[in-house]
Write a protein that binds this ligand. Structure first.
Ligand code: GAP
Length: 442
């Protein structure tokens, strides 16, 4: 999904990939063995950023609402789920092979169906065949058909198959939602663009069950709410858009879908899809399992199958969008300062405590300040290098505040707070440190 009118900002992409490796956000997986096909490991800083993205989602989708509850369903799943959901039949990409160079391509991504982009061969493609994107494995010691299991390709089905369990145990009634964050797996033919498309990734999905006549109104509500979430966390409006799907793009279950798209360096790409799935999923699972998956409304004395509105976002992909949007460079006293202007809620470290010198006299107080902050905030502690270089490192990690303990601190029981974006410094008594920082980090 790319927009060719947008300049190909390779430099920004390269800079963010380099920074990710250098500062410990994201490492290529199995690097000491030569890497492993578009898989990535999240380093000490990346794991924190990814966790903060997921926490921000959970906070807005579960914690701040009384009509959504959480779930954490199994990743390993029996074929029956995917038979019912339609994934065994429909979750496929059309593949063609070039008979000349033996490369394999997704037919729907080829610009010219007569010419191989690999070797330039003319009319060298085989007939397209459908390739299922689900990872198949076997549960237990015997590799028989009866033992086949799949790694889930989306978290969504966990919510549908637990609809009755959640309804009964939580005493919710439509409109209400079930939210889940977790890993999903797809055997993508063309992974790439860093963590944009990988075979193992994390999703943040909500299935919101509503009376059928309220479906359109809730679909519009969730489109607006989800768009605003990205804006509130610092993605500029110029880099975000809502794109309704054309009829021929809709998934097999959807009667309406809109994507929240981010302007990546190569063009517009999807961060999240908001789909009006109708009663497709509950009806399919009810038919295939023989269990009733509906709701009895005592007020109207009627039974109905709720319709589902699904905002489905990618956590890892969204983390990358936040990184790209936050990356900034500016000239400071003849030098380039790189700074990640991350929203404080997303910043991996909220505060770095920096003793001005490594000398023993400052350490006890610096450690005391760290101990004061740690129960409330994720902190870094750095005693190495010159103070200027330590500030620059924290700028590259996106740390909103540095707290410096210097020799005057021993006398006046105060510390210097340096703010990431403005680089302004203020002197604050240690006793007031938390009350100064906490409101600025909310
Ligand atoms: N339950 C609906 C569903 O899974 P989707 O559009 O296929 O919908 C939702 O996936 C989100 O998951 C996408 O918008 C994207 O952010 C993320 N996603 C999907 N495939 C991905 C992949 N291979 N790598 C990283 N993120 C992916």
């Amino acid at each position: 999904m790319s927009d060719v009118s947008v300049p190909n900002d390779v430099t920004l992409m390269e800079k963010v990939v380099n920074l990710s490796k250098r500062r410990g956000f994201v490492f290529p997986s199995a690097e000491i063995y030569g890497g492993f096909r578009s898989t990535y490991d999240y380093g000490p800083i990346g794991v924190q950023l990814l966790r903060n993205v997921k926490d921000a989602w959970w906070r807005s989708m579960v914690q701040m609402r009384d009509d959504v509850v959480g779930l954490d369903a199994a990743i390993l799943s029996p074929p029956a789920i995917w038979e019912a959901s339609g994934h065994l039949k429909n979750f496929t990409d059309p593949l063609v092979d070039c008979r000349q160079c033996r490369e394999r391509f997704r037919e729907d991504q080829l610009e010219d169906l007569t010419t191989c982009p690999g070797c330039g061969g003319k009319d060298t493609f085989t007939e397209a065949r459908n390739f299922n994107l689900m990872f198949k494995t076997h549960a237990g010691p015997v590799e028989s058909d009866a033992a086949v299991a799949y790694l889930r390709p989306e978290t969504a089905q966990g919510m549908f198959i637990n609809f009755s369990n959640v309804l009964q145990s939580s005493r919710k009634k439509p409109p209400f939602g079930i939210a889940q964050i977790g890993k999903s797996f797809r055997n993508e033919i063309t992974p790439g663009n860093f963590v944009f498309r990988t075979r193992e990734f994390e999703q943040m999905e909500l299935e919101f069950f509503v009376p059928p006549e309220e479906a359109l109104q809730w679909y519009e509500y969730w489109c607006a709410t989800r768009y605003q979430w990205y804006i509130d966390l610092g993605i500029p409006e110029s880099k975000l858009r809502m794109r309704p799907h054309d009829a021929d793009e809709l998934s097999h279950y959807s009667s309406g879908t809109s994507d929240v798209e981010f302007l990546f360096p190569w063009g517009w790409g999807e961060l999240e899809g908001i789909a009006n799935r109708g009663d497709y999923d509950l009806t399919q699972h009810a038919t295939h399992s023989g269990e009733k998956l509906d709701y009895f409304d005592q007020a109207t004395n009627s039974r109905y199958v709720p319709h589902v509105i699904e905002p489905a976002a990618g956590a890892t992909r969204t983390m990358m969008a936040f990184l790209l949007a936050a990356y900034d460079e500016e000239e400071v006293r003849g030098e380039t300062r790189t700074v990640l202007r991350l929203h404080p809620r997303l910043a991996p470290y909220k505060v770095a405590v920096l003793p001005l010198s490594k000398k023993d006299d400052l350490m006890p107080m610096a450690r005391e300040v760290l101990g004061l902050l740690q129960p409330h905030l994720m902190c870094d502690f750095d005693e190495t290098q010159a103070i200027g270089r330590r500030y620059r490192r924290q700028d590259e990690l996106g740390t909103p505040f540095c707290v410096t303990v210097d020799f005057d601190s021993l006398e006046d029981q105060s510390v210097t707070i340096r703010e990431r974006d403005t680089m302004e410094q203020v002197r604050v008594p240690v006793a007031e440190l938390l009350s100064h920082l906490l409101p600025r980090l909310a």
